[in-house]
Design a protein around this ligand. Sequence first.
Ligand SMILES: Cc1cc2nc3c(=O)[nH]c(=O)nc-3n(C[C@H](O)[C@H](O)[C@H](O)COP(=O)(O)O)c2cc1C
Length: 301
Amino acid sequence: MIYFAPMEGVTNFIFRGTFSKFYNGIEKYYTPFIPTNEKGALGPSSKREILPENNKNIYLVPQILTSNSLNFIKTTRTLRRFGYKEINLNLGCPSGTVVSKGKGSGMLQTPLVLRTFLDEIFKEDNLEISIKTRIGFSSGEEMENLLKIFNDYPMKELIVHPRVREDFYKNTPDLSVFQEIVDNSKNSLCYNGDLFTVEQIRTFKEKFPTVKKIMIGRGLITNPGLIREYETGQKMKKSEYKAFHDELYSSYSSFLSGDRNLMFKMKEYWKFWSSNFPDNKKQIKKIQKSGYSLNRVGRFT
Ligand SMILES: Cc1cc2nc3c(=O)[nH]c(=O)nc-3n(C[C@H](O)[C@H](O)[C@H](O)COP(=O)(O)O)c2cc1C
């Protein structure tokens, strides 16, 4: 089973809509993190993310980022009104502003606070909660204790990105800690991290045959046809990239105002796509450099 990882600014509803028109094989999509407030209300962009009419034909799991259990519960009640009963909790976000508020991977620093938070949210009836976590804040050794906590709650699944907060996205996923989780988790597991190629997916599956669920983010943005290639061997063609690109571009152009916003949004994808075009370094450089300098009449070049 393959899940599409949430990526703030990248896997939003427009991307998900375009992707799912072109490709099958994704069991679950996740929203980028949704912040909470004391009313449990959704801001306009979070609301757009979860509106069922913006997420036709896909199974979507809203992801919440908060360290306040009451806000979490209120937000899940709002989400339930839109039909969602499975919710994901973000315990992985490494960003400084998030961590400094004790949210995301920041919560891994304070296991007692985490336990109290989980005690509260798991009291909610008829709610399926999954958790997406890193393996610690500073060291993978923290996971032994964290896993004892996670094992006390009947979660829908535990999605593990085996890096610590201090890695951000550097270094490599720690598969020996992941193996310990496989050996000791009472919850159903999903693996996430650094699966970019068919070979890497195969190697992972050989090493961890009991882990049936994997979540992929950057690998699927870089190669939207990755799952098909994995399942059938059929690789992406340039014409297919173009069709996918054009559809994404056209969806964004009807949503974003102004060429500048549109260009910067598309450049976020080009950061990932550029590695697919190793023979076009000049053109890629032009894309990367576009928009950063204003000429004398105030137009960007
Ligand atoms: C630009 C970017 C935005 C991300 N936003 C989120 C997010 O909103 N919520 C979340 O749980 N993880 C987020 N992540 C982490 C990814 O979901 C995933 O865990 C990470 O990219 C590792 O998986 P991958 O190697 O398959 O990409 C983000 C990652 C990136 C690179």
